[in-house]
Design a protein around this ligand. Structure first.
Ligand SMILES: Cc1cc2nc3c(=O)[nH]c(=O)nc-3n(C[C@H](O)[C@H](O)[C@H](O)COP(=O)(O)OP(=O)(O)OC[C@H]3O[C@@H](n4cnc5c(N)ncnc54)[C@H](O)[C@@H]3O)c2cc1C
Length: 196
């Protein structure tokens, strides 16, 4: 995910925390942070609190921080055995473009069955979207193309995109199912020791 944000100049200056706080619906870091179960630690003069990544963005360009609060860390649970995650975005150019759709996913596989899964989307709603139903649909199933395609349909149903210069509503919904399925396949390959 980090390797596709901007180019060398952006990656040399910009931070994942800034990408999160910027709260762009198209932000590439946020779906994967949600899929990884990241917890955001926010601190102010009056104390600190922890916010789940999926609860952090509240509107386009707006996050849930109160005046005087800043993000000081993002905690990502250690992956452990049988865990894989992946982020895919579609852009019309090869690089340096805003996602038409992005899909961040994670899976945990034990004894040939999926024991945990999370799916989140970019660029298909006013905020990044945590598609809990897509992940839940995989629990207890074998990591098969059919199971991942079914999860992709949940992602498609959860999207509420707009038509703009980058793509239509129909095109974005279609991409939700395709990218979710492909990202899940890559995450499952990683979870099972594959090249991803
Ligand atoms: C040429 C170019 C290409 C880009 N490509 C991509 C891309 O491919 N994908 C993508 O997702 N984004 C892209 N971006 C957007 C941007 O670079 C990223 O969102 C970047 O990660 C922002 O990080 P930053 O540390 O520079 O944040 P900043 O721009 O410094 O901050 C963003 C916002 O968050 C606030 N903020 C920052 N840190 C904190 C904190 N710790 N606590 C509270 N508030 C904070 C700032 O006040 C500001 O409002 C691109 C931008 C440019 C200019």
């Amino acid at each position: 995910m980090a390797s596709i944000i901007g180019g060398t100049a952006i990656q040399g200056r910009a931070s994942i925390g800034g990408n999160l706080c910027n709260a762009a619906p198209s932000a590439d870091a946020i779906p994967l942070l949600i899929a990884l179960g990241a917890a955001v630690r926010a601190v102010s003069a009056s104390g600190e609190r922890t916010i789940a990544a999926e609860d952090f963005c509240v509107a386009p360009g707006r996050n849930c921080l109160n005046p005087g609060e800043i993000v000081v860390s993002i905690r990502i649970p250690a992956p452990g055995a049988g865990f894989g995650a992946h982020y895919l975005r579609f852009i019309p150019r090869n690089e340096m473009d805003i996602a038409v759709v992005g899909a961040g996913v994670s899976v945990r596989i034990a004894d040939g069955k999926i024991t945990a899964a999370r799916v989140a989307l970019a660029s298909v709603a006013p905020t990044p979207v945590f598609v809990k139903a897509a992940g839940d649909s995989l629990i207890g199933k074998a990591p098969t193309p059919e199971a991942f395609a079914a999860a992709g349909e949940f992602a498609k149903a959860a999207a509420s995109p707009i038509t703009d210069m980058r793509g239509t509503v129909e095109y974005r919904r279609h991409l939700c199912s395709v990218l979710t399925r492909r990202a899940l396949e890559a995450a499952a390959a990683a979870a099972q020791g594959g090249k991803h």
